[in-house]
Design a protein around this ligand. Structure first.
Ligand code: SAH
Length: 500
């Protein structure tokens, strides 16, 4: 059976700009040969048994030569494999995809080309710079800046570029930028024409610098711009000022560490990303469901007898239903249901139960208050909670005469950070704590947030745990839920931003 090689563009860096075709092919490939500039997490969807191989070229690093890569693609194709050759941006725009396709064609190996979103269009777009514009740019040229323009025999016609009636977009041009700018203006391009450099385009750390053709190289040097970056020369560069959008998002440039358990982190992480932050997931804890035996089993068996059931976390809600086994929401039909906050209420609703009581403040004390008018004397009450929860709620209910079964559904256990996660935490500008256990387990594992990071707590209980462990809290949410935490963090970042 003959294999096939796909030459696939993975886009400029934002994982959301990978095409549907690209994701499908990654998910089904036998082998993936990839470069350095592919989006973070691009290979997450690969088959567990797929062969993943880095074939990028890095200055100074021993990697495959282009000929070796071509030969490897041919060999794998001939061996009957389904091969994805994954490249940053578009495979046929300064990606050497043309050479690889030629090698495959010459060897008679079937191949397909999957275009990608190219950096020369995407980075300007994320900087608010349209590469063409009805008023000011009717053409665009993509140029390699890799070539030293002072070398004789350059393949680039600089005089023609100087006269080119439209936007010039240089790839790989940061090192040579002083020479490129000099050469263009020396050949007659207006020294005052706007120019822009976009570093790490479409990534959360994107940075755009706009100046004139004469001034741009000095600015890039002064501000320490590093590859990958796109250089653009043209009147459209000025539009960054008016329609630049990415860099204006409230958390742009912030690196936010999320310490909550991986299973719960995605909602928070997603919202922070939408606000412009780079999110590093550094889960300090993991939820470990308890086996359904002993007290828990007894409570589940007579769950119909409770007149009130209190849920103190979304996990508790989900796990109680799991523990019901073959039974369902109807087992809770006779009980009033109290949820500590909206997340817990939402988890209940997913299973068909609308909570009767959700307090305005999401702490155990508030739940006790919210139950003030509920007759409890002589009633059976189930508190479905985490193993190491504070006893505030069961104690208060007992005081009011209830017969309380206080049952732990799960343990919260430490999740040690791996090296990558530690490195991520060290870069954080904000570290978020959504519960006391995230604080406690992170610190107990010997890891501390970096001094430069602002520490954000979801509420007073979490803050107290932090302060007890000698960790100063910089920001505390006014509303003790995820929305409240995001609001407080965003307000802090906005207030601290130096006005432009
Ligand atoms: N095939 C790729 C280009 C590869 S050449 C594409 O179509 O985008 C590598 C050059 O692309 C880098 O030197 C840089 O100039 C540019 N580049 C790639 N990713 C970039 C990014 N996220 N931001 C800015 N420039 C980028």
């Amino acid at each position: 059976m003959s294999g096939i090689v796909y030459l696939v563009g993975a886009g400029p860096g934002d994982p959301g700009l990978m095409t549907r075709r690209c994701l499908e092919l990654i998910a089904t490939a036998d082998a993936i040969l990839y470069d350095r500039l592919i989006p973070p997490g691009a290979l997450d969807g690969a088959r567990p048994d797929a062969e993943l191989r880095y074939v990028g070229k890095e200055p100074g690093a021993a990697a495959l030569s282009q000929e070796e890569t071509n030969a490897l693609l041919v060999d794998l194709g001939r061996a009957g494999k389904r091969v994805v050759r994954l490249k940053g941006g578009d495979p046929f725009v300064f990606g050497r995809g043309g050479e690889e396709a030629e090698a495959l064609a010459a060897a008679g190996v079937p191949f397909e080309v999957v275009p990608g979103v190219t950096a020369g269009v995407a980075a300007p777009a994320y900087a608010g710079i349209p590469v063409t514009h009805r008023d000011s740019a009717s053409a665009v040229a993509f140029i390699t800046g890799h070539e030293d323009p002072s070398k004789p025999g350059s393949a680039i016609d600089w005089d023609a570029l100087a006269r080119f009636p439209g936007t010039l977009v240089f790839y790989m041009g940061i090192r040579n930028l002083p020479l490129i700018a000099e050469r263009l203006s020396g050949s007659g391009r207006d020294r005052n024409e706007p120019a822009a450099v976009i570093e790490r385009g479409t990534h959360p750390g994107q940075r755009t610098i706009v100046d004139t053709l004469a001034g741009i190289a000095g600015r890039v040097e002064a501000e320490g711009v590093r590859p990958p970056a796109i250089t653009l020369v043209g009147a459209v560069a000025e539009l960054h000022e008016t329609i630049g959008w990415l860099e204006r998002r409230p958390l742009h440039g912030e690196v936010v560490a999320v310490t909550r358990a991986r299973a719960q982190a995605s909602g928070l992480a997603e919202r922070l990303r939408e606000l412009g932050a780079e999110v590093v997931e550094t889960p300090a804890i993991r939820i470990e469901p308890r086996p359904v035996d002993g007290e828990l089993r007894a409570a589940i068996e007579r769950v119909e007898e409770y007149s009130l059931i209190c849920f103190t976390s979304p996990n508790g809600a989900r796990l109680l239903f799991d523990a019901l086994g073959t039974r369902d929401a109807r087992a809770l039909a006779g009980a009033a249901v109290a949820a500590i906050g909206p997340g817990t209420a939402a988890a209940l609703l997913e299973r068909g139960i609308r909570a009767d009581v959700v307090p305005a403040r999401f702490v155990a004390e508030a739940l006790v208050e919210a139950l003030a008018d509920t007759e409890l004397a002589g009633r059976r009450v189930l508190v479905a909670r985490a193993a190491e929860a504070r006893p505030v709620l069961p104690d208060a209910l007992r005081e009011r005469g209830a017969a309380v079964d206080d049952v732990a559904l799960y343990d919260t256990v430490a999740e040690p950070l791996d090296d990558g996660q530690r490195a991520g935490l060290d870069r954080a500008t904000y570290v978020t704590f959504t519960s006391s256990s995230t604080v406690r387990f992170l610190l107990e594992s010997g890891v501390r947030p970096p001094d430069a990071a602002r520490v954000v707590s979801i509420g007073p209980v979490t803050s107290a745990t932090a302060e007890e462990s000698g960790l100063a809290v910089d920001v505390e949410a006014e509303r003790h839920d995820i929305d409240g935490l995001i609001e407080a963090l965003t307000a802090d970042a906005t207030a601290r931003r130096v006005p432009a």
